[in-house]
Write a protein that binds this ligand. Structure first.
Ligand code: G3P
Length: 221
């Protein structure tokens, strides 16, 4: 299972990378805006900076919505760096573009996926990754993880090679449940990944081990 971090924040990407468990990065226009990255040149340089931190796939999202524009923008993004994956929205023009990119050997991430039918279309078009948004489905009282389960079943039935990238991950239980279901990748904030470290029995146990060591050393003196 791969761990991607869902942010454009270079400090957080570096922290996840230094932890040794980072396999890639996903961004979107909202995440870039949150970091104050605006203007084509700044955005391009920021993608390059992200690629210099991680050696995994980096999803860069197009803002175009017509086939011709998605192709033009996506090709420019793909040429920036070999790690760039062109993130394309789940719309009719996006599916056409994913099919085109697939034929050209350009990696794609089909984003804003909220149904099994959309995921099936993305796989048929040859998407490298499909991004079902778990948290945003939960937000509207729908079971986001049930969608991951459905997509896993469908892809396995037909041996589709598209990777299930469970996106909009909000907390560690989303990661654990996605792992149980067999999602290929999760992408979430750094906090959702570092939360996996935490257990009170680990903390209490370590305090006790260190105290016992120090007490025994004192007795030796
Ligand atoms: O990058 C797409 C997705 O992961 C967004 O997550 O938390 O904004 O729903 P969120």
């Amino acid at each position: 299972m791969k761990f991607f971090i869902d942010t454009a924040n270079l400090d957080q990407i570096t922290e996840a990378h230094n932890l040794g468990v980072l396999d890639g990065v996903t961004t979107n226009p909202s995440l870039m805006a949150k970091e104050g990255i605006t203007g084509d040149l700044n955005i391009i340089n920021h993608y390059k900076a992200i690629c210099s931190v991680t050696d995994g796939d980096v999803s860069a999202e197009v803002i175009s919505t017509t086939f011709e524009e998605i192709i033009r923008e996506g090709q420019e993004l793909a040429e920036l760096h070999e790690q760039i994956v062109v993130k394309v929205p789940m719309i009719k023009e996006g599916i056409k573009a994913i099919k085109y990119f697939s034929g050209k050997g350009i990696k794609t991430n089909c984003t804003l996926v909220f149904s099994a039918g959309q995921a099936l279309l993305a796989a048929k078009a040859g998407a490298t990754y499909v991004s079902p948004f778990v948290g945003r489905l939960d937000d509207i009282s729908t079971d986001g993880l049930a969608l991951i389960r459905d997509i896993r079943l469908i892809y396995d039935n037909y041996d589709f090679q598209t990777k299930i990238l469970a996106a909009s991950i909000r907390h560690p239980m989303h990661i654990i449940d996605a792992a149980k279901i067999g999602a290929d990748v999760i992408t979430g904030p750094l906090s959702s990944i570092t939360a996996l470290l935490k257990h009170p029995l680990t903390d209490n146990g370590l305090v006790q081990f260190l105290a016992d060591y120090n007490n025994a050393a004192l007795k030796d003196k």
